[in-house]
Design a protein around this ligand. Structure first.
Ligand code: FPP
Ligand code: MG
Length: 294
């Protein structure tokens, strides 16, 4: 995944356009920056991977060239993504993201939620400038889907009968849909339908792979990083755990007990012994291959 991102997405050409996106991001948060209310400053984007804008700009290049509207849309997408992480950290009670303290930890949940709302409103201000009805509808649908994904996940917390199918539905809604929008945004802006389905497929497969790797890392990096093991702490049940429970009857009770004790070491031991980490990696690799094919 990382190799694909570094070699294929973060090309020199994309980096040049990304610096324009960064400039617009700084402008967008000016009202709420350290100069005014002091809750956020540019550093909120400083360690952003800019993956969704990169995908968008990459697909713009594939169907032609990067226009001002593509730069604007890439900025809007990054604002929405950042907002979703601020809200997600509240939902997950996460104190760290990428080894940095989260806004809910630095201030409180209320501030993090309002700053997230502020970023979404800024994204819509940018969309007004693009003035493309189809694009605005697609953005609204994606945000709805992300909320649906979080709600579905919330309804299945601590439910060890969750199926693989339900898990895929959750990660499609909460993660893959925004990647699909990023990949297809350039085609929507250009009204070029020739590669629309292909770009939607790319975003879906890439997003599914991305979230499965993220879920594996949450379990595997548990001792190495303060941002990990949050899924155990929050009773979120992800693919490796679903596989382990399904593969051996006795795993179920052991996993339930270990979740209760938040014993990440024990859970990892069960997952490795059942080949569940390897299984989840295979599934993610398969989604990534399909993304590359698209
Ligand atoms: C990360 O999941 C979270 C998401 C991909 C989506 C979050 C969406 C919402 C909170 C709905 C509201 C949406 C908006 C736009 C405000 P994770 O917790 O598995 O990943 P992590 O390891 O990065 O925390
Ligand atoms: Mg989270």
């Amino acid at each position: 995944m990382q190799e694909f991102i570094n070699k294929t997405l973060y090309t020199k050409e994309i980096q040049t356009h990304l610096s324009n996106v960064s400039e617009l991001l700084s402008k967008a948060i000016y009202d709420c920056s350290s100069k005014t209310c002091g809750f956020i400053d540019d550093s909120i984007f400083s360690d952003a991977k800019m993956l969704r804008p990169s995908i968008l700009l990459h697909s713009a290049l594939r169907i032609g060239s990067v226009s001002n509207n593509h730069i604007l849309f890439a900025t809007a997408i990054e604002l929405i993504h950042t907002a979703s992480l601020l809200h997600d950290d509240v939902l997950d009670s996460s104190n760290y993201r990428r080894s940095k303290e989260t806004l809910n930890s630095l201030h409180n949940d209320k501030i993090a939620l309002i700053v997230g709302d502020f970023l979404i409103s800024k994204a819509y201000s940018i969309l007004e400038k693009i003035d493309n009805h189809n694009l605005q509808c697609a953005v609204t649908r994606s945000i709805e889907d992300m909320c649906r994904g979080e709600l579905l996940q919330g309804s299945l917390l601590g439910n060890f009968t969750i199926t693989e199918r339900q898990y895929y539905e959750i990660i499609n809604l909460k993660t893959a849909k925004l990647f699909s929008l990023s990949a297809s945004g350039a085609a929507i802006i250009n009204s070029d339908m020739s590669q629309l389905q292909q770009s939607i497929d790319f975003g879906y497969n890439f997003g599914m792979a991305y979230q499965i790797y993220d879920d594996i890392m949450d379990l595997c990096g548990a001792n190495a990083n303060k941002s990990n093991a949050m899924d155990i702490a929050n009773s979120v049940i992800t693919l490796p755990v679903i596989h382990a429970i399904k593969s051996k009857e006795s795993n179920k009770n052991n996993v339930i007990l270990a979740y209760k004790d938040e014993d990440a070491g024990k859970i990892l031991e069960i997952l490795k012994e059942s080949g569940s980490i390897a299984y989840a990696k295979d599934v993610a690799d398969n989604f990534l291959s399909q993304a590359i094919n698209s």
